[in-house]
Design a protein around this ligand. Structure first.
Ligand SMILES: CC(C)(COP(=O)(O)OP(=O)(O)OC[C@H]1O[C@@H](n2cnc3c(N)ncnc32)[C@H](O)[C@@H]1OP(=O)(O)O)[C@@H](O)C(=O)NCCC(=O)NCCS
Length: 188
């Protein structure tokens, strides 16, 4: 395969500064696992917490690939578990960066379970996470801009600002609630 498709670009932004840009495909991550008995609850289906850890893992790898910097998870949008994932199924997660702010990246994660014996496949969950790149002092640090190419990437990129607005409002609500709840020990 030639190397031209993997080249990153630089664009002029504002005065003399150059901002690196990358395509969504540069941050693409795929992880497939088989569901073992130790991964399941007493109904023989994958633990929700285990799936959320997988989602966070692939999103982090995707964001680090995009930013080539350490990242922290700033938020995970709600995750609806649409179908159970049974012991013996494969669970495949696909992730890529859909949108970038100054220091934050939105990462989309799609989860597909497959019954390996009959080939039946279900989209079991979709998730959007916001990862923030941090420098050596754990301070937010700028990331390259992302450029969508495929129809799906463009659709997710176009709708990202709307999701960011919802997140901003939700964070403000959470901060108000956190201030109201306080840190007192519950048993005193
Ligand atoms: C995420 C974190 C680094 C943001 O730091 P901060 O001092 O609030 O920095 P800022 O306000 O400048 O925000 C930095 C970016 O993060 C985004 N951001 C911050 N909190 C966010 C949230 N809850 N949801 C979505 N985006 C968020 C901001 O919009 C900003 O994006 P931009 O630079 O692209 O415009 C900080 O809140 C943090 O360290 N949180 C804990 C992260 C963590 O420990 N994760 C693991 C959980 S166990």
């Amino acid at each position: 395969m030639g190397t031209s498709g993997n080249k990153k670009k630089s664009i002029e932004k504002g005065s003399a500064s150059k901002v690196e840009v990358k395509f969504c495909r540069h941050s693409f991550v795929v992880k497939t696992s088989i569901v073992l008995p130790s991964d399941t609850n007493n109904y023989g289906t994958l633990f929700g917490g285990k799936l959320m850890a997988y989602i966070d893992d692939v999103a982090a790898i995707s964001a680090i690939r995009h930013a080539r910097a350490h990242v922290v998870t700033a938020s995970t949008d709600s995750v609806d578990f649409l179908h159970p994932i049974y012991e013996g199924n494969s669970v495949c997660l696909e992730a890529f960066v859909t949108y970038t702010g100054r220091t934050s990246m939105e990462v989309f994660v799609k989860v597909i379970a497959e019954d390996l014996l009959n080939g039946n496949r279900n989209v079991c969950a979709l998730s959007f996470l916001t990862m923030v790149a941090v420098d050596e002092h754990n301070r937010p640090t700028p990331v390259p801009n992302v450029i969508p190419e495929s129809e799906t990437e463009k659709m997710l990129n176009d709708s990202a600002l709307k999701r960011a607005e919802i997140r901003k409002k939700r964070k403000e609500d959470t901060e108000s609630m956190a201030a109201a709840f306080g840190t007192d020990y519950p048993w005193l």
